[in-house]
Ligand binder design. Structure first.
Ligand code: 6PG
Length: 230
């Protein structure tokens, strides 16, 4: 399926609208919403806008997951969870039971296995063979990475595990990340891009045949959307 590429001058509004529309569809179709959040700086304002739309979420039937996490605790400034908690969860009073946090404070392989096990248990409760997100939000790094799927790293080759610990030599760290099997099982994946300097990179990715990890996000049965601020 060809990606839908949406350019916008109202990035936060349009991203919020897209996410809430996905929620509406999910609640109507299945009575539940599974949304994966990305880290980085791009989505912060979007999360803050979602905190103002709390009435659109059925929290007992909603699960927020994380596409990746740094190997730090939840109060570390590097933590994606902390960014989301500050931008959205705390101000909206999102119940902890609606958030599945990657435990970056654990040994990375243990944290990854724990997360994969939690997703598998939830998938069984959902009646899904594999945990199936209604929407996965992703960012793109300047090197073409997404989640913590960085160029030249082992996680790019993972075809079985849904979540792994991924050593990232170029950052001299290890990250916890969702893998392509989980990402590409989603009903919709949306890249959020709000940095004009990434346009050449995005053009290469959209042209196909690029070496970038982001180019390998190709939902098997779902929609692929690019929301790009211009
Ligand atoms: C992270 C993200 C990462 C991010 C990109 C883009 O943990 O940092 O998951 O994949 O989405 O690096 O980051 P910006 O939005 O800051 O450009």
């Amino acid at each position: 399926m060809q990606p839908e590429v949406l350019y916008t001058r109202n990035f936060v509004t349009d991203a919020t609208t897209l996410i809430l529309a996905a929620a509406d569809v999910a609640y109507a179709a299945r009575g539940r919403f599974r949304l994966s959040l990305c880290g980085g700086s791009t989505p912060r304002e979007v999360y803050a806008a979602l905190a103002q739309a709390n009435d659109r979420f059925d929290w007992p039937n909603t699960l927020l997951t994380f596409g990746d996490e740094r190997t730090v605790g939840p109060d570390d400034d590097q933590s994606n969870y902390k960014m989301v908690r500050k931008a959205w969860l705390e101000s909206a009073g999102v119940p902890a039971t609606s958030v599945l946090r990657m435990q970056g404070e654990l040994p990375p392989a243990e944290a990854a296995q724990e997360y994969a096990d939690q997703l598998a248990a939830q998938a069984a409760r959902d009646g899904d063979g594999i945990f199936t997100h209604d929407l996965i939000l992703l960012g793109v790094g300047n090197d073409g990475h997404t989640a913590s799927l960085f160029p030249g790293t082992e996680a790019l080759h993972e075809i079985r595990s849904l979540v792994v610990a991924n050593e990232v030599p170029q950052l001299q760290t290890t990250r916890i990340t969702m893998t392509y099997p989980l990402i590409n099982a989603a009903r919709q994946v949306c890249f959020l891009v709000n940095s004009p300097e990434k346009q050449n990179l995005i053009d290469e990715i959209l042209a196909g045949e690029s070496p970038y990890p982001s180019a390998r996000v190709l939902p098997a049965h779902g929609r692929l959307t690019w929301l790009i601020a211009n």
